[in-house]
Design a protein around this ligand. Sequence first.
Ligand code: PEP
Ligand code: MG
Length: 584
Amino acid sequence: MRQRILKGIAAAPGISIGKVFLFDSQEVGQITKKPILPEDAAAEIKRFREALLRTKQEISKIRDKISREIGSEHGEIFSAHLLVLEDTMLIDEVVTRVKKENLSTDYIFHDVLKKYIKAFSKIDDEYLRERVSDINDVGKRILKNLSGVKHVAMPQLKEPSIVIAYDLSPSDTASMHKETVTAFATDIGGRTSHTAIMAKSLEIPAVVGLEEVTSVVKNGDFIIVDGNKGIVILHPTQEAIRAYELEKKGFEEYERSLLGLRDLPAETTDNHRVVIAANIELPEEVPSIIYHGAHGIGLYRTEYFYMNRPDLPTEEEHYEAYKEVAQKMAPHSVVIRTLDLGGDKFLSHLEVPQEMNPFLGWRAIRFCLARPDIFKKQLRAILRASVHGKLKLMYPMISGLEELRQANALLNEAREELKKKNVAFDEKMEIGAMIEVPSAAMISDLLAKEVDFFSIGTNDLIQYSIAVDRVNEKIAYLYEPAHPGVLRLIKNIIDNGHKAGIWVGMCGEMAGDPELTLLLLGLGLDEFSTSPAIIPQIKKIIRTTSLAYAKEVAEKALSLSTGKEVEEFTRAKFKELFPGLEVK
Ligand code: PEP
Ligand code: MG
């Protein structure tokens, strides 16, 4: 078969060559034998025809794109699917039965489909038998359009595979092991989705936003996933495989060579020290971050503790987890971020209403302030664990002073409750706010007076300030960390933090972009917190430059007018420092 290259968005670095496991994360919703009133039959039939039309539009779009990009012979498979949608016998049978039997379209259509599949499977003609898979595929699409979809959990794989899926939730990704999932690729998603971030943490190469990858690969296909360039190669030639094997070896050797810096501080040639810390989602990641030379944890995303389980964690479970991380990281500090649910992270067992704009909705601190029962359990556990190491506490998504004060009031209640029971905690534990909402960035002078530190959450700050959904591949081109608007906000936050005498870190993905390290250093950032694998590179950059030079770079970057100009400029500076080193 001919080699094909599919282009997407590089989500997690690394290369994997292997066989596909096609995972259908979206199963057809539940189909029940639901009776309907005779007068509702017309509306049911209308719903059926609309689902047929929607399915037709979806398939035509895929056919056209594949014909255009890969070749018309591949697009033709989808023309066969369209024929199923025009099968009048099948459609008429559904319509007649809905009218006669007074049952919902979903049920009748499913029943008719099963009959068709059974009949075709028995036919003694290879061509017609092959049409069973067309009928199956189209039938599933129609049913998804009729009854909606439900998310199914990722199964545990028995042998190493590359997972291909329409989408993967952050909790699906959290349950992956790099021994069995050697890479993954999805149709949708953005570079700073929590699925992409999780892949980086687990060091699983990933490409997202490929749009049609699930329509062109089959179970067992041989592919290459290149998480550095954001491409997937289907049916690679022997030459491509050899070239990638070499590249993979080179990449791994380069990573190993940087590990010599592990125990050295992140200090510039003119003796300015910053902290390089790591972001973690699960306590099991601690050995990996120590291995990569992290001097602390700048962001512990505790919401993963609530996922992949049927109930909420108890205070004791929280406490044990935080205590373990604090002890393992001591004397370095650990910034525990309180629960940040919502956006693209949900719990199946918590009844949270579906929202039109979940990233702008009942998320993070907003959810916690509305559910003090859940929030205070976590606050007490963090306070109790604070005696076992150097813990710091940080609230996500603060948008104004009232929110910060309300959160602190609940923290004070938690402190009082512990005092009454004579339970020890670190009275001086630092309390910080994530600055990831533009309003908070603008009033960072006011917020700085009421916290001990700031951590800039660029993943959200960019999404909210440029109004670009961080998980939507269609507008990924607008997601520009180097946008002058974003840079001005970052400068404002750092300057205001320093004026008030507090330290300012960054824990969004921008902190782990080697081409932007000089710029951030020059802006005065005190702590870079990033995914573990990139830490040695960031440390190398900092140890190779002077603060004075970084300040010049930052000043020049701030004078430029577009994100592209800034990107080109910082890339050129990066190449000057590290000639021949390709990062992206
Ligand atoms: C951020 O928004 O930059 C951040 C670090 O938090 P999260 O990615 O978990 O939203
Ligand atoms: Mg955030």
